[in-house]
Design a protein around this ligand. Structure first.
Ligand code: AMP
Length: 356
């Protein structure tokens, strides 16, 4: 068995949002310190971390000082500039590793990786230019979605095509960025599997959660999802196959569309995931602790589900409901400490718990 990092070691976390904040809290509970690297001022994670570096991703002096002050590096988002990672990896181990980032940073690489593994994705085509879009529309057809290959999140960088006439506008929406066309999947509902793999290669998956999005943003995750026992095992096996293929260390989110013909993999996220927040109230060991355990060489903990949970994101003005939520029974409240409630900004979440 791997010897875990000693108590008092420091975990470097790239990105200082709410995921970095909850990772820092989990690290502290296991006796570790955390050091946040974040270009923006007053990051939510800064309130609970031992140290914060405020610097740009091309500031090699700051990156070097950050790396040499920590024992292991992880991250809360996948779009970290390659040059920053090239430097950091010469100084400290980065978990999850570069392969997971390479695959997930680009939708074309990601879909190709998934189909090479024998998994099913939406039909897709590389769209470097207008001619490629015309050709792809002949095979994939409409409805379909044009997505930027990189830097898409919460439904950003996406344009729907109802008919081929929409092609010109959709391409203009991409603003010259490389894109892929995806066939529209007529799914029954969406689920995600939050899965973990330790340094020793052990795999543990949380129960799949059922997700509801609107305007491309996750609103709720409910466990248990409406899956049969065999569907549940299949979903977990898909996540395990991805983890092993990437020789992955840490927590990974896998988003799946459920269709009458089986699962279609939408995307993977090499990090803790919004749809895994329910684990804070539904399991003895939640996704944040599981991630810290994995990257510091601990054995994975017991992530079996002891309660039914509905996680609800608090977005923008949802904060007005705080007085009622604060006194609601079986309700666990998490606020991210963000100063201003802008529309579509994730301000916190609540877990509505039904003990089993
Ligand atoms: P994404 O950023 O790829 O996760 O997309 C955000 C949301 O848009 C997904 O959770 C789905 O609800 C929807 N979506 C994305 N791709 C497709 C697709 N190919 N077919 C149907 N819905 C999609």
């Amino acid at each position: 068995m791997t010897t875990p990092l000693p108590s008092g070691s420091t975990i470097g976390i790239i990105g200082g949002g709410q995921l970095g904040r909850m990772l820092s809290v989990a690290a502290a509970r296991l006796g570790y310190r955390s050091h946040i690297f974040e270009p923006g001022a007053q990051p939510p994670a800064g309130d609970v971390a031992h140290a914060v570096t405020t610097a740009a991703y091309d500031d090699t002096t700051a990156l070097t000082a950050f790396a040499t002050s920590v024992d292991v590096i992880t991250y809360e988002f996948e779009n970290i500039p390659t040059q920053a990672l090239d430097l950091l990896q010469t100084l400290r181990p980065i978990h999850p590793g570069r392969e997971a980032l390479r695959v997930s940073q680009d939708r074309l690489t990601e879909k190709t990786f998934l189909t090479d593994l024998g998994l099913t994705t939406a039909p897709f085509a590389d769209i470097p230019d207008a001619a490629a879009l015309t050709a792809a529309l002949d095979t994939i057809g409409t409805p379909s979605i044009l997505k930027t290959r990189r830097f898409g999140y919460d439904g950003k960088g996406q344009s729907r095509l109802t008919t081929a006439i929409d092609a010109k506008t959709a391409l203009a929406d991409m603003a010259g960025a490389p894109a892929i066309l995806e066939g529209f999947v007529d799914f029954s509902f969406e689920i995600s599997v939050i899965a973990a793999r330790s340094i020793d290669g052990a795999v543990a998956c949380f129960d799949p959660g059922e997700n509801v999005h609107s305007d491309g943003i996750l609103r709720t995750t409910t466990v248990p999802a409406r899956l049969s026992p065999s569907q549940r095992s299949d979903a977990i096996l898909i996540a395990a196959r991805i983890l092993n293929a990437l020789n992955y260390v840490g927590v990974l989110g896998v988003e799946l569309f459920v269709t009458p013909k089986g699962f279609i993999v939408n995307e993977i996220a090499p990090r803790v995931h919004n749809s895994g927040h329910w684990t804070q109230s539904g399991c003895a060991v939640d996704q944040f602790e599981q991630h810290i355990r994995a990257i510091t060489g601990w054995p994975l903990g017991d992530g079996s589900r002891h309660s039914d949970v509905r996680m609800e994101n608090l977005i923008g003005d949802d904060l007005m409901r705080l007085p009622a939520l604060a006194t609601a029974p079986h309700t666990s409240l998490h606020l991210y400490g963000k100063p201003e409630a802008r529309p579509n900004r994730k301000m916190g979440h609540v877990n509505h718990i039904t003990p089993r």
